[in-house]
Design a protein around this ligand. Structure first.
Ligand SMILES: NC(=O)c1ccc[n+]([C@@H]2O[C@H](COP(=O)([O-])OP(=O)(O)OC[C@H]3O[C@@H](n4cnc5c(N)ncnc54)[C@H](O)[C@@H]3O)[C@@H](O)[C@H]2O)c1
Length: 386
């Protein structure tokens, strides 16, 4: 298949591109390196240096003989997007190319507007370009479990059947997201569903949980092939941050009471879920939603697991509770369905002590340049930011 990965320079995009390339698909990646600019703005960097995309693609070709073609440009530039789709003519498009951080979006008016314009405009440009140049291609779009928020009822996979005043209909599950970033994903989902219904596009919206993990089978092949692993308060997801805190002997910083419960998955399972979606395309006119996570944990659960595994490696780790910079429920009901990907063949990598221990070992081997000043949250949902 011809597969185009948007956001192919990112944490998830690059290993996904290598995976499809390795199995023999023709792969191209698109990125405008916005993430590298946000890192400079925030004064943060990945745990390990991430070589330029072109060098990674060159190294990949040397090692495997397979080509990953980079397209450098902005999804918000519609002419560029039209040109790429006309030239490459993909069968499937995996869309990771968005601003992915809730704290980044909550800093101020500028970052909130930027996050929504970047994400919503990029996806709209893509939908129009697909209609023009590859209307039969399958869009696999990365959404987030955070679109749903934490409702006091079970979370279905995208759709819910409701009886009201004696009548019944199946509608998109109600969304109550927790940041301007998460709202951008809700707007994307509504726009994509609309184009499936009106234009007959085919799309899979992957409402992904929080991803953890340092490497995959392809990033391990060479140091130039690693992916951009973040541990800072802006871009670092919680378990990744806890692992680095443990590795350098800093306390694990739980926000608030720590009862916040979310869905999580290993980066290796992200790639497998995307692969399953690509190989089982949605029908024309279908807007399909999968809840892409494998296990639910509270933040306290994760902190305790990291502390236990760290102890087994001889590290003494403390857990501290900070005032929560986010406005969110700290104790709540949470039960999200997630069977559709398993039904299609996902065999999850669960977060065992062994898996955690291996990740911690890798982090410890690479923690010489950790900046401990970027662990603590500096962005508040209340708007009182520096
Ligand atoms: N990492 C997670 O835990 C997680 C969880 C749920 C959902 N997601 C979603 O998965 C996707 C990938 O996440 P990630 O962690 O790999 O993020 P990332 O920031 O590492 O990757 C996103 C990439 O998209 C690129 N990009 C952003 N805007 C662009 C634009 N306008 N044009 C071209 N390229 C653009 C960035 O430069 C970056 O390389 C995001 O959409 C994110 O919201 C991630």
């Amino acid at each position: 298949m011809k597969i185009l990965i948007l956001g192919g320079d990112g944490y998830l995009g690059w290993p996904t591109a290598m995976h499809f390339s390795q199995r023999g698909d023709e792969v191209a990646v698109l990125d405008n390196f916005a993430k590298r600019r946000w890192e400079l703005e925030e004064g943060v960097e990945p745990l390990m240096p991430t070589p330029p995309l072109q060098r990674r693609a060159k190294r990949w070709k040397e090692i495997t003989g397979n080509e990953i073609k980079p397209f450098i440009g902005d999804l918000c530039n519609h002419r560029f997007v039209y040109n790429v789709l006309r030239e490459f003519s993909p069968d499937a498009i995996v869309h990771y190319g968005e601003q992915p951080s809730a704290p980044y979006s909550m800093q101020n008016r500028t970052t909130a507007v930027y996050s929504q314009v970047n994400n919503v405009t990029g996806t709209l440009n893509l939908l129009f370009a697909m209609r023009r140049h590859c209307p039969d291609a399958h869009l696999i779009k990365l959404g987030t479990m955070g679109e749903y928020g934490t409702p006091n009822i079970d979370i279905e996979e995208g759709w819910i059947t409701i009886q009201h005043n004696g009548r019944e209909d199946t509608v998109l599950f109600p969304k109550r997201p927790g940041s301007f970033y998460h709202l951008s994903k809700v707007h994307d989902s509504a726009n994509i569903e609309f184009t499936c219904r009106i234009w007959g596009m085919r799309a899979t919206d992957l409402n992904q949980g929080v991803v953890y993990g340092v490497d995959t089978s392809t990033t391990e092949l060479h140091s130039d092939l690693r992916t951009s692993f973040h541990y800072d308060h802006v871009f670092g997801t919680v378990l990744n941050r806890f692992l680095v805190q443990a590795a350098v002997g800093a306390p694990l910083t739980v926000y608030g009471q720590g009862g916040q419960t979310r869905g999580f998955l290993n980066i290796r399972d992200t790639i497998r879920c995307v692969e399953i979606s690509v190989d089982n395309a949605a029908e024309r006119g279908e807007f399909r939603v999968f809840n892409q996570f494998t296990e639910q944990f509270s933040i306290n659960d994760l902190a305790e697991m990291v502390a236990r595994v760290s102890k087994s490696q001889g590290l003494s780790v403390e857990i501290t509770h900070l005032d929560n910079p986010r406005i969110e429920a700290e104790e709540h009901y949470y039960n999200a369905k997630h069977t559709l990907l398993t039904d299609l063949g996902l065999n999850p990598t669960f977060l065992s002590d062994e898996v955690l221990s291996k990740m911690l070992t890798t982090v410890r081997a690479n923690c010489d340049h950790v900046d401990a000043d970027v662990f603590a949250p500096q962005i508040s949902w209340s708007g009182r930011n520096a």
